[in-house]
Design a protein around this ligand. Structure first.
Ligand code: PGA
Length: 238
């Protein structure tokens, strides 16, 4: 599988950024396999229509219920019908600011898979938890994937929280060590060869080194994914 280059726009960029972004990527990025851009839910339809044949579109989050009285929420079916093929779930900002826990994320994961969405499932430890990353990640994995047997539409994104938006990147040795740990855990507990992306201050200047690692199946990019030029430089460094 081609290494995935996943953008996470978070609550940045606007409708006016969509067309120029897609146009630039279409023109300048030769290898268009594995390109995914996750955008605010209100922009999914516009982005997906514009990016057809160039990039896949993803949501940054969605709710676990199919429909009903859940004011302000968006179902996985809605995300899918707007043209997205992916959803990020369990980003540390969702876990931290919106109190998403592993039990809720397990429900969201099932809802996305039922709706036919592929999922980028985020895990990661805080700076305080760095010395006990194994137990933190294990809990997120065992509880988050409880009862899941088919991982063909799931990729894991390892994002050490201390590396998100801080400019602090994990060393390549750290990335190899932690990705190896995650892959072993998935093999032992679920019998699968999991795909693991790295995220946290990935940028054009470090993406080549990170993407060259066998243990890394792609990257999840926040800040550096907002500009098409940076996104293309990262994608081209595969
Ligand atoms: P960053 O964000 O690349 O800006 O560190 C990554 C993420 O939060 O997905």
């Amino acid at each position: 599988m081609e290494k995935l280059i996943v953008a996470n726009w978070k609550m940045n960029n606007d409708f006016s950024d969509i067309k120029p972004f897609v146009k630039f990527v279409k023109k300048n990025q030769k290898n268009k396999n594995g390109l995914v851009v996750c955008v605010p839910s209100i922009m999914i339809k516009t982005f997906a229509d514009c990016a057809k044949g160039v990039m896949e579109t993803g949501a940054e989050n969605c709710f676990y219920e199919k429909k009903g009285a859940f004011t302000g929420e968006i179902s996985a079916e809605m995300v899918k019908s707007a043209g997205a093929s992916y959803s990020i779930l369990g980003h540390s900002e969702r876990r931290q600011y919106f109190a998403e826990d592993n039990v809720m994320l397990n429900k969201k994961l099932r809802a996305c898979l039922d709706a036919g969405l592929k999922v980028i499932f985020c895990i990661g430890e805080t700076l305080d938890e760095k010395s006990k990353y194994k137990s933190v990640l294990k809990k997120q994995i065992i509880e988050g994937f409880n009862g899941i047997t088919d991982f063909s539409n799931i990729v894991i994104a390892y994002e050490p929280i201390w590396a998100i938006g801080t400019g602090k990147v994990a060393t390549t040795l750290d990335i190899q060590k932690v990705h190896g740990f995650i892959k072993n855990l998935l093999k032992e507990n679920f019998g699968v060869d999991a795909k693991v992306l790295y995220g946290g201050s990935v940028k054009p200047s470090n993406s080549k080194e990170i993407l060259s690692l066998d243990e890394v199946d792609g990257v999840l990019i926040g800040g550096a994914s907002l500009k098409a030029e940076d996104y293309v430089m990262i994608a081209s460094s595969r």
